[in-house]
Design a protein. Sequence first.
Length: 160
Amino acid sequence: MVISFKMASESHGDSSSSSGITNDSLKYCGGGFRKRKQNVEEITIDDFVNPWNFFHVFNQSDEVVMNWCIKNGLIASELECPTCGGQMKLARRGSKATGFSFRCKTNKTHEVASRKFSFFENSKLTIQDIMVFVKSYLEGHTLFMTSKLSGVNYKSTAVD
């Protein structure tokens, strides 16, 4: 079965598209999917107007999401050690739930969670789950609908 589409301007023998539709404009019509950004490194919070960009970022691995959050200022890349005042750097740590933690350069035994002093600090949810929950809530959904859309249990303290 072959399906053929003919533009209205072609059926009247008019090759100069009077409707304003050109091959170039057809290339970019069709919603946000075609206007999405492919490279996660290029996506900023301002690009979340297009939902494809949002889900492209937060469907990545934990390491990619963590690096994106650092680059966009949601998580710090360095901290002052609360114990000795030395400089703490974010380090990859397989033993931690998030896979990262801050370690002091002066004293290697000083370590704090990677979410310290951030929006995500007191949550046990993944950053991806938190961001989907916040996005749904900011779109004006009720807490019940937001919890359904994000997969967070409505009766849990996470919703509180």
